[in-house]
Ligand binder design. Structure first.
Ligand SMILES: CC(C)(COP(=O)(O)OP(=O)(O)OC[C@H]1O[C@@H](n2cnc3c(N)ncnc32)[C@H](O)[C@@H]1OP(=O)(O)O)[C@@H](O)C(=O)NCCC(=O)NCCS
Length: 165
């Protein structure tokens, strides 16, 4: 099991796992699969240049991902954002998600003071995972997502990061 920072050479593999994640878990991600399906491998290469993505590999294949981002504003760039957290079904419970989170937190510790994420309010497995990694719920947005005619609330979760993490 390895976790690496993905490079533009991983564009096709990342595109494929993102497509799978959005199709299998439509309420877990706010990205629109229809919009995203129009992105080319070149678009993904650009995304990989502009944002930090970690990939979890088992037997060399990409089985998980997590993304780190910040905003440009000097007023908000002390806060990092965790997004695109996904581990393929077969690899859940294997510790790969923990390794992805470890890589994410190590990186976040060097660049920001705190991290926020958003999770659909009934996604108990993800919430438990985030809580185990020190995140706590700080808010709830009612009707945040609209998927196939149904509204879903989302929770905002937060944790600080520091050199001692
Ligand atoms: C979220 C995700 C990355 C976590 O990875 P994982 O390998 O499943 O996580 P883990 O197994 O290490 O931890 C999950 C915890 O939830 C528990 N759990 C499992 N199924 C559960 C369920 N149905 N309800 C509540 N808790 C559950 C596990 O026992 C484990 O608890 P523990 O902390 O006591 O060990 C992965 O489940 C995933 O990719 N889910 C689909 C996409 C998704 O929801 N992404 C999050 C977007 S915000």
């Amino acid at each position: 099991m390895t976790v690496v920072r993905l490079t533009p050479d991983d564009a096709v593999a990342l595109q494929s796992i993102r497509r799978e994640a959005l199709l299998l878990h439509p309420t877990a991600f706010s990205a629109d699969p229809e919009i995203e399906s129009k992105l080319t491998a070149n678009d993904w290469r650009e995304r990989l240049k502009n944002r930090v993505w970690f990939g979890g590999k088992l037997d060399g294949g990409l089985c998980g991902m997590a993304a780190f981002s910040t905003e440009a504003s000097s007023k908000t760039r002390h806060t990092g954002h965790l997004g695109s957290m996904y581990v393929r079904k077969d690899a859940r419970g294997s510790g790969l998600a923990d390794e992805l989170m470890k890589a994410f937190v190590e990186h976040a510790t060097l660049h920001v003071e705190q991290v926020v994420l958003t999770v659909e309010a009934s996604n108990a497995r993800a919430i438990k995972f985030y809580e185990r990694h020190g995140f706590r719920t700080i808010g709830r947005t009612p009707r945040s997502l609209l998927v196939d005619g149904t509204y879903y609330d989302e929770l905002q979760m937060f944790r600080t990061v520091s050199a001692s993490d």
